[in-house]
Design a protein around this ligand. Structure first.
Ligand code: 8YV
Length: 305
């Protein structure tokens, strides 16, 4: 049994399952009296676990992240205290890549807007205007880790010409490495953001990149809101300097700027990349297995550090 501190956005079913053998307390219950008892933090991909929190919890030994991204965790502070961190890689890759493709098709073919066209009764007055063809187009992938590669595999089925930009070049069949993000954007019809969050990728997609993508270009983000300069994106959309956007993640979740609402060329979803029943169950199981391994003194299944 451990005392577990629950950060935000962790499913209640996982908390309930852990509560049978542990004491799980919410962040709002944290007090100077119980702070020294907490051995584990249960976090989500979006949680902020900073050095102040880490150093307040003197018995902390494990930070278990329900998600693949751990950009909100101060890894250095954890390392300094010899605290382990685990995440849930691989099992959510397919779902996030599926959603990325779904957003791309939805924006290009105006699927959401076409439905609204029927619902408004406009079909009685004429046909929906032709939209943008995706098959055979140029796809630029920003970040070529597990999710970026899974997107590339799917896009090959659409005969897309695929290039990627990443910190390092890696071997992958049928895709071209671009050493410059601006050049990648210039040479893409769709720019797909799959990079990890964190300081290094903060506002990687800025005005210059959006202008390089151009007035017919589509941007898709299934990574982190922080990777795109949201103000620059809104301005590019408002001034028709890019063609469209499909966004699953935002800078200030759970808020998506209202300026993105009700546009025929913008599709927004509330950070649902990994949110299928099967994957969320697999993620919860992996978190539980990591915690059980930690408690049994066994090697962690998916350690970050
Ligand atoms: C969230 C995610 O963790 O894996 C990630 O990095 O962002 C998501 O899977 C999930 O939505 C829980 O909040």
């Amino acid at each position: 049994m451990s005392v577990i501190l629950r950060a935000n956005k962790v499913p209640q079913t996982l908390v309930d399952a852990l509560s049978t053998e542990n004491e799980v307390i919410g962040l709002e219950m944290l007090s100077p009296e119980n702070a020294h008892e907490i051995e584990i933090i249960l976090a989500s991909g979006e949680s902020i676990v900073d050095d102040v929190l880490i150093n307040t919890l003197t018995s902390l030994r494990l930070i278990a992240v329900f998600g693949v991204g751990y950009d909100g965790i101060d890894i250095r502070a954890a390392q300094q205290r010899d605290i382990s961190v685990t995440n849930t890689p691989d099992i959510l890759t397919d779902d996030v890549a599926d959603l990325a493709i779904g957003l791309m098709l939805s924006v290009a073919r105006r699927i959401n807007d076409a439905q609204r066209f029927i619902e408004r009764g406009d079909w009685q007055n004429g046909s929906y205007p032709p939209a943008v063809k995706i098959s055979g187009k140029r796809l630029g992938i920003v970040g070529f880790g597990r999710i970026g590669r899974a997107v590339a595999r799917r896009a090959q089925g659409f005969s897309m010409q695929i290039s990627y930009y990443s910190r390092s070049q890696s071997a992958a069949e049928g895709v071209t490495y671009s050493p410059s993000l601006v050049t990648l954007a210039e040479n893409s019809d769709v720019l797909m953001v799959c990079a990890s969050g964190g300081k290094e990728s903060h506002h990687l997609i800025n005005k210059e990149v959006l202008d390089a993508l151009g007035p017919d270009g589509i941007i898709i983000n299934v990574a982190r809101g922080s990777v795109i300069d949201e103000g620059a994106l809104l301005e590019a959309i408002n001034t028709h300097r890019i063609g469209g956007a499909g966004l699953d993640v935002f800078a200030d979740e759970p808020h998506a700027p209202q300026a993105f609402y009700h546009r025929d060329n913008v599709v927004i979803t509330p950070h649902i990349g990994s949110a299928t029943q099967a994957t969320r169950a697999a993620m919860a199981k992996l978190v539980m297995d990591n915690i059980a391994a930690f408690q049994a003194g066994q090697p962690l299944l998916t350690p970050v550090i």
